[in-house]
Design a protein around this ligand. Structure first.
Ligand SMILES: *Cc1c(COP(=O)(O)O)cnc(C)c1O
Length: 493
């Protein structure tokens, strides 16, 4: 077959030396976001070199071991069960509290949703279509799980302070409702939902209540121990039945580590899967995955024991200190404001004067990676301990970015012209034409697949102006499709 009839990257025909591969690996990451320099405000949670080394050592020690069968690896059974117990203790679980290790927050949330559906089938006969109620700020992992599991997800607008609206939640309960959801905190604006009120409601109406503490679970307990006001959100709230808590975020361990915790073992049993009829024998597994990476399990246990409450508290203190300085710098910058009043180190900032996404573009050109948020149009910061070292540089770059955005009025005019064209075109053109048009029109505004910073404000502006969310859905599907195929080696260089 000629080369053009094969997928872009061909299967390697011969061996290559380990040195050559190591060089490739080093070269490949040159354009990645410089997280060690504090440039990433999401995705990477870096504490300090020693913690990193502990995680790395544990990970490589156990990277071949498989947590699928804990009788073959008593070491991993110990690490997993002890990690679950330690974190259940941290989150004030009762003696009966239990849980499972999972590959990440998304799997933890999947497990909670699956458990709720199974619990509803057993305890609420007559349910025709299980429903779960979430504030719109809940993580999309709930939508993903609902989509896969055939659960109807009811999204409710938040109160004006971006916390879940408890009265609206009560009004939305139907005979099909199985679970309520709150976050501690929600990722978008860093607010902790009113978990005590939701807990009271869940108990009164005989419903489960899941608290998504994927991002907050390993930092809020220490923020509270440092004496800052944190509303109650963990197992101290009687109505809370399950909590998702990521270790690969503020647990500072290796990627692929989260926990789903339950108030009691009876509830957790709904999560387990057992199949007894397979010719290969009896198959049982606690969570969605089959083979489970020993390295990630061992690293989590190692880092928790390395840091302990003392270490996590120190890191939380440094994180809060850094976060306060970022908040202050943003509040002191002309035209910018903090979207909500965050409990700790996660927040969004917006502008009542300038195009916030243009400011994001200017920052990206200077190497800062900030998530862009839709409601309200804003940029997002997740501040970690290591960000303290770059506050001044960030502040200077932010002020310059605002200044440059102020001068960008010419570009803005061009954008608004584009928006009108897109609005009209999207009504009359088929999807494939539309995405081609967006790419042409936006020029360098197309999201880049190689991670290099490019201007995306125009694209975000257009996305926002598309009259029909279905168009956005299609555009993003198209983009995801392109992002997930290999690039031709000549182009991919
Ligand atoms: C990160 C996050 C998740 C999803 O976790 P993954 O590890 O990315 O799957 C869920 N909820 C919140 C609040 C998060 O911050």
């Amino acid at each position: 077959m000629s080369a053009s009839h094969r997928p872009a990257v061909h299967f390697p025909s011969s061996r290559r030396s380990s040195d050559a591969i190591k060089n490739d690996l080093s070269a490949a990451r040159l354009k990645d976001v410089k997280w060690r320099q504090g440039h990433a405000f999401s995705m990477v949670y870096f504490a300090e070199e020693e913690v990193y080394d502990v995680a790395k050592h544990a990970y490589t020690q156990y990277f071949s071991e498989n947590g699928l069968n804990p009788t073959a690896f008593p070491s991993l059974r110990k690490f997993e069960t002890e990690t679950v117990s330690m974190v259940a203790d941290l989150l004030n679980g009762p003696a009966e509290a239990c849980g499972s290790w999972t590959s990440g927050g998304t799997e933890s949330i999947f497990m909670a949703m699956h458990t709720a559906r199974a619990w509803g089938e057993k305890h609420k006969p007559g349910i025709t279509q299980p429903e779960v109620i979430v504030p719109i700020t809940a993580h999309p992992a709930f939508d993903k799980a609902a989509h896969y599991l055939g659960i109807k997800l009811i999204h409710l607008p938040c109160a004006p302070d971006w916390r879940a609206d408890v009265a609206a939640t009560e009004a939305a309960i139907t005979p099909n409702t199985v679970m309520l959801v709150g976050s501690a905190p929600q990722y978008c604006h860093g607010m902790v939902d009113p978990i005590e009120e939701l807990g009271e409601l869940a108990q009164r109406r005989n419903l489960l209540l899941h608290v998504d503490a994927c991002v907050g679970g390993m930092i809020l307990p220490f923020v509270e121990k440092l004496g800052r006001p944190v509303p109650l959100w963990d197992f101290r709230v009687p109505g809370v039945t399950s909590i998702s808590c990521d270790l690969h975020k503020f647990g500072y361990t290796a990627k692929g580590a989260s926990l789903i915790l339950y108030r009691n073992r009876a509830l957790r049993k709904h999560q387990f899967f057992v199949y007894t009829e397979w010719p290969g024998g009896i198959y049982a597994s606690p969570s969605a995955g089959g083979t489970r990476p020993g390295g990630a399990i061992a690293a989590a246990w190692a880092v928790l024991n390395h840091l302990g409450e003392e270490g996590y508290k120190e890191l939380a203190a440094r994180t809060l200190d850094a976060s306060d300085r970022y908040l202050e710098a943003i509040r002191q910058t002309d035209g910018l404001y903090i979207v909500a009043d965050p409990v700790a180190n996660i927040f969004g900032f917006a502008s009542d004067k300038y195009d916030i996404f243009s400011i994001g573009d200017e920052l990206a050109l200077k190497g800062w990676h900030l998530d862009r948020q839709a409601q309200p149009p804003s940029l997002h910061l997740t501040v970690t301990a290591s960000h303290g070292e770059v506050v001044e540089r960030f502040t200077n770059d932010l002020r310059t970015a605002v200044e440059q955005t102020r001068k960008l009025s010419v570009h803005k005019l061009k954008d608004s012209g584009m928006k009108t064209i897109v609005k009209v075109a999207s009504k009359i053109l088929p999807e494939a034409w539309m995405s081609g048009l967006i790419k042409k029109g936006a020029g360098s505004s197309t999201p880049s697949t190689d991670g290099s910073p490019k201007r995306t404000a125009a694209m975000y502006g257009m996305m926002g102006s598309l009259p029909n969310r279905g168009d956005v859905h299609e555009l993003v599907l198209d983009f995801l499709d392109k992002l997930t195929v290999a690039e031709h080696p000549a182009k991919g260089k």
